[in-house]
Ligand binder design. Structure first.
Ligand code: C2E
Ligand code: CA
Ligand code: CA
Length: 586
């Protein structure tokens, strides 16, 4: 205000008025000047709500000339988009409190609306009766535009231009209510790009971004105008298909998406291929509340991933039961190590030429207090997913290291125990090979007694230098076995690249080798090839004499399976060794 006064002082007449102490007059002039020059739209309204005067800003903002407004009721400015109840409440508040402040919409002469920040003040006469109202309004549209931009930033993904997860949820809520009221159906599809991380690793973030933008474009192009596609997270998308008449329609869209997304992507730095996994839930068939349906889609997506990726899965109640079981196990697993609920059992590995047992594989069992024995097939994936595999594996390794030293002393100096190592350990804790070697050294245990079993998928990991890790083990005297051979990528070049001591032929080949000549031929080929590369061969899942005989004849070195023994406790295994009963004579 000071600056304004200084400026006004330059106007000679005003200055004179102020100097001669004719302040009232001066202030009146000032008020009028302010009224005339204000950027705020000001209207003077009678007690009966007719417009008495408006300032030039009011004319400019509304597009009306003063003469067109004087004598008119204020309704002329009411927006058609605002309910009459709003204005009723507004006048009611003014009559009780004397003023009102807030956002209202005002109609311009050309019929369009604009948002205005307004203040309405009642002016009372000497008797306390309302004589006039002063309405001050500021055009808010530009600020609204800025607000809209902020809103866009908060609700849209800047990379792909798709709505983000937040907005998708909000729309889903509306669509779901719509669908429930109208008796139609809707589908929620969760999409996750498989192995997207590899793209980022190989082509950098820029490459990854190009792929995501293109994927978003393909997804948007595959749905109707009434459907919604959103980017939920880094490589996750969500789709809401509305007004579904036939569930087959959802299946068709999902298949189309799968095909489209798996087409090659040109990233500039190279062409890449990627697949997508999808989980689908239908409202109201699978649920009628927001949380349930999102969870369903997640469960279905998880199942699709677990099934080997590049899959589409519809939600089933069984998935929910599985997910509940998963949560239950995750929760209990946290304390299971401390509560000593894990046990290692041992399965003999017999030398086929002599029937002698100088090796065993250690296998985990979880003795759950209420659910009995839980097998690794169920808890290892959960341990991997939650990172608990590290603690669990460290625990197992210590047990095995101590156990093998003991058995070497008591039974056979060259005794070996195989230890299963999870791919996840390699990824998240690549240094652990060194820790383990150190642990053995501290306990005076020689590595010779331990065979580390790894799977082919581990050899594929680009993030860690697998050969270095394997070398750590070798340097400590340990040996390496390639587990489940024949089920993974089975790229023969791996066998050449990596230093492996044993090949374990997967039990699926052994299972009916005596009846299936093709499996028999494969086994024979693996044995010859392994031997040529200087490896020893172990056949898994040997369950009858016929298999054992055929394997021995084919030159297989070792056999493991129910024929010799199931995995047994430490005590039972010791009894087995004490009996010195060479598993089975040939
Ligand atoms: P794997 O390493 O291939 O272990 C062999 C599995 O085959 C064991 O199942 C064993 O009980 C089973 N088996 C042995 N002989 C026969 C047979 O004659 N017929 C049939 N049908 N099966 C037989 P298990 O103990 O349930 O373990 C399953 C998988 O869990 C293991 O497969 C391994 O990948 C994993 N696992 C087990 N213990 C550990 C562990 O301590 N750490 C890690 N990372 N994984 C483990
Ligand atoms: Ca194994
Ligand atoms: Ca195996």
């Amino acid at each position: 205000m000071n600056a304004l006064l200084k400026w006004l002082f330059k106007i000679p007449r005003l200055a004179r008025l102020l100097e001669t102490h004719q302040k009232n007059e001066a202030y009146l002039e000032l008020a009028f000047l302010a009224y005339q020059n204000s950027s705020e739209a000001i209207a003077v309204v009678s007690a009966q709500h007719t417009i008495v005067a408006v300032n030039p800003a009011f004319e400019k903002i509304t597009g009306y000339a003063e003469s067109e407004l004087i004598g008119k009721q204020t309704q002329i400015l009411n927006s058609g988009h605002t309910s009459p109840a709003f204005y009723e409440l507004l006048w009611e508040e003014i009559s009780t409190t004397g003023s009102w402040r807030g956002e209202m919409r005002i109609k311009r002469k050309n019929g369009e609306d604009f948002p205005a920040w307004s203040a309405v003040t009642a002016v009372k006469d000497e008797r306390g009766e309302v004589s006039l109202y002063i309405v001050q309004s500021m055009d808010f549209s530009e600020k609204k535009d800025a607000e809209n931009m902020l809103w866009r930033q908060a609700n849209y993904d800047s990379l792909t231009g798709l709505p983000n997860g937040r907005l998708c949820r909000e729309w889903f809520r509306h669509e779901m209510l719509d669908c429930l009221y109208s008796g139609t159906r809707l589908a929620l599809i969760g999409i996750d790009l498989d192995n997207f991380r590899d793209v980022n690793d190989a082509h950098g973030y820029e490459g990854g971004n190009v792929l995501l933008r293109e994927a978003a474009r393909r997804i948007s192009g595959c749905i109707r105008d009434i459907d919604i596609a959103a980017r939920e997270a880094a490589d996750e998308f969500g789709i809401i298909l509305t007004e579904i008449i036939d569930v087959h329609q959802v299946q068709t869209t999902a298949r189309q998406l799968q095909t489209l997304l798996s087409e090659p992507y040109d990233l500039g730095s190279g062409i890449v291929h990627i697949t997508a996994s999808m989980g689908i839930t239908i409202c109201p068939d699978d649920g009628a509340d927001e949380e349930t349906l999102w969870r369903n889609a997640e469960h279905a997506l998880y199942t699709a991933k677990e099934a080997g990726k590049n899959q589409v899965r519809f939600f089933t109640p069984a998935m929910e039961a599985l997910a509940r079981r998963r949560l239950f196990l995750i929760n209990d697993m946290r304390k299971a190590i401390a509560l000593q609920q894990f046990e290692l059992v041992y399965q003999p590995i017999a030398e086929l030429s002599s029937g002698e047992i100088h090796k065993a594989e250690s296998l985990l069992r979880w003795h759950h207090p209420t659910d009995g024995i839980i097998l690794p097939a169920e808890f290892i994936p959960i341990a991997e997913e939650t990172g608990m595999i590290i603690a669990l594996s460290n625990w197992s390794f210590e047990q095995v290291a101590v156990q093998v030293a003991d058995w070497q002393k008591r039974f056979y100096p060259e005794f070996q125990i195989s230890f299963n190592m999870s791919a996840m350990e390699f990824l998240t804790d690549p240094e652990n090979s060194q820790d383990r070697v150190a642990l053995m050294r501290e306990n005076g245990i020689h590595g010779r007694g331990i065979v580390v079993e790894i799977t082919e998928s581990m050899l594929l990991q680009s993030e860690v230098n697998v050969n270095d890790r394997l070398q750590d083990f070798h340097q400590a005297g340990m040996e390496i076995a390639l587990d489940d051979f024949g089920t993974g990528y089975s790229s023969l070049s791996y066998l050449k690249t990596f230093d492996v001591d044993y090949l374990k032929i997967d039990q699926s080949f052994v299972m009916d080798m005596e009846n299936d000549s093709r499996n028999m031929a494969l086994i024979e080929a693996i044995i010859v090839m392994g031997h040529k590369l200087g490896m020893k061969i172990i056949a898994e899942g040997v369950s009858n004499e016929a298999q054992m005989k055929l394997l021995a004849e084919a030159g297989c070195d070792y056999g493991q399976g129910y024929l010799f023994s199931e995995p047994v406790s430490r005590d039972q295994f010791e009894r087995l060794l004490q009996e010195k009963k060479p598993a089975k004579k040939m």
